[in-house]
Write a protein that binds this ligand. Structure first.
Ligand code: HEM
Length: 159
């Protein structure tokens, strides 16, 4: 109930009314959400392809993790800000939407899981050798989590 009262309060804010009533704002922000998804999704895929030893094997996994961190971190911040703006177009409606609830829970899990994995690897002084089975398993789980978030995001408009 506490979260619902917060959503009801948010729905009365100026920014929520603007996102709800303005002609193009929601569509423009959603395009931004999807463009950020392309950059973020691409960077997450490249990092995990290295962790799986499927691509970029000439570079140490730590180097790939380090060099792609600005893209994954920057991308997820834009996903979060644009997602919150979309959410503000209907806080109460999204509060009751099971696909949105699942998406937010998966997003929090994926955020911690993926970035602990990427930052920990980026800090390592690894060689060009094969990655550990743990890192490979982590990469599979990371890809699965982000894919399910995308599916839940797409499903929001259908449930
Ligand atoms: C990296 C994480 C994320 C991914 C991969 C993602 C993906 C998506 C996708 C694929 C859509 C569907 C777009 C469409 O129907 O055209 C979507 C819509 C949406 N997303 Fe995200 N999203 C992410 C993070 C977030 C976050 C953090 C929030 C809010 C806190 C959020 C809120 C929304 C909302 C409200 C919609 C609009 C749903 C609708 O009314 O159709 N997203 N997202």
């Amino acid at each position: 109930m506490f979260l619902l009262s917060i959503c009801r309060w948010l729905a009365e804010t100026h920014i929520s009314i603007m996102m709800r009533d303005a002609t193009y704002d929601f569509a423009i922000v959603e395009v931004g959400h999807l463009l950020a998804l392309a950059v973020f999704g691409g960077a997450v895929l490249l990092v995990n392809l290295r962790f799986l030893d499927w691509r970029f094997k000439k570079q140490p996994a730590s180097q790939v993790a380090r060099e792609l961190l600005p893209l994954t971190a920057g991308g997820v911040i834009v996903m979060l800000v644009s997602g919150l703006l979309l959410f503000l177009a209907g806080p109460v409606r999204y509060y009751h939407n099971p696909a949105f609830r699942l998406k937010v829970i998966l997003f929090v899990i994926a955020l911690f899981f993926h970035f602990i994995l990427q930052v920990k690897t980026a800090r390592q002084v690894s060689d060009r050798g094969r990655t550990s089975p743990w890192l490979k398993a982590g990469a599979v789980l990371s890809l699965l989590l982000w894919f399910m978030i995308g599916l839940a995001g797409r499903a929001i408009g259908y449930v």
